[in-house]
Design a protein around this ligand. Structure first.
Ligand SMILES: [Zn+2]
Length: 297
């Protein structure tokens, strides 16, 4: 583990580094996972659950981070956190002034070096650093990057296409984090269920949390990793894959996508790299009798 808390891992010829924006006890467990019931503590043991939900406060430990993926061909960012100076409706996610970008530079990645930005979906905490405020204008933070958005997802959050009534928690996001890159021809809207970012990374749909939520498979040197975005928010959902987050738009589809992801993570012995899991943030998934369990990796 590096001094700044980042974690670097290798998958074949690919280096993956976690770039944290925020970490700590955040949502009450039953807000993050409305099906939460304390029986899960008895079932799996207090020490296990305490790694995911702070026992004294019942607050789920939540991280907000990007994954910096350096392949032999490209430098790729998977999800770009909340970003700075954004006007947001959700407490604690707007008006930020973090040193996230400075830390990215300090690890040797200059903004112009980023070749691809993959956003698993267009929620505020996954697209923020796509654009930065410069002289009162939102401009692309990564001017040479292709930004990958699934077309279903893009059209769902585009206020010119879809009525945003009921989606006010995500207000302003399209205008300050998506249009600035779209208007400068830095967007690839991918369709279908299969998009190759480079030789090692492939995107596919995993709908439910949002209509066009997607995941990214990484394969190099016979090893695999799976960036699962917000298909699940807490390792508790590996133990309880039927538990949706309170932020899932279509719970039934989200639960089906989650179970499928976990099955394939086991099948391929993939390193699971979600967007919000508590430390150590990366897990292997083991099959148990009819279910799954997260294993520190
Ligand atoms: Zn999220």
């Amino acid at each position: 583990m590096a001094a700044n808390g980042n974690i670097t891992r290798t998958i074949g010829d690919v280096t993956i580094t976690r770039m944290e924006e925020a970490y700590g006890p955040a949502f009450p467990a039953d807000v993050l996972m409305p099906s939460w019931e304390p029986g899960v503590i008895a079932d799996h043991g207090p020490d296990v659950i305490a790694q995911f939900v702070e026992p004294e406060t019942n607050l789920a430990l939540v991280s907000v981070h990007s994954w910096v993926v350096q392949t032999p061909q490209k430098t790729i960012l998977v999800d770009t956190c909340n970003g700075n100076h954004k006007e947001r409706n959700m407490e604690g996610m707007g008006g930020l002034e973090t040193d996230w970008l400075d830390r990215l530079k300090a690890m040797g990645v200059q903004p112009e070096d980023v070749d691809a930005v993959v956003c698993t979906h267009i929620h505020l905490d996954h697209v923020g650093w796509n654009a930065s405020l410069v002289d009162g204008e939102w401009v692309p933070t990564f001017p040479n990057a292709t930004h990958y958005f699934n077309r279903i997802e893009y059209e769902f959050w585009n206020p010119d296409i879809t009525d945003q009534t009921g989606l006010e928690f995500n207000a302003n996001v399209f205008d300050d984090s998506i249009r600035p890159v779209f208007d400068r021809d830095l967007v690839e809207l991918w369709e279908g269920n299969d998009c190759q970012v480079d030789d090692s990374m492939r995107l596919e749909l995993s709908p439910g949390h949002t209509p066009g939520h997607n995941i990214a498979w990484l394969e190099s040197g016979g090893e695999r990793a799976l960036f699962s975005g917000d298909a699940m928010h807490s390792p508790v959902q590996v133990l309880k894959p039927e538990w949706n987050s309170g932020f899932c738009i279509d719970g039934e589809r989200s639960a089906a996508s989650r179970r499928a992801i976990l099955e394939r993570a086991v099948e391929h012995d993939a390193l699971l790299l979600p967007a919000h899991f508590s430390a150590p943030h990366a897990y292997r998934v083991e099959a148990t009798n009819g279910g799954f369990r997260p294993v520190d990796a």
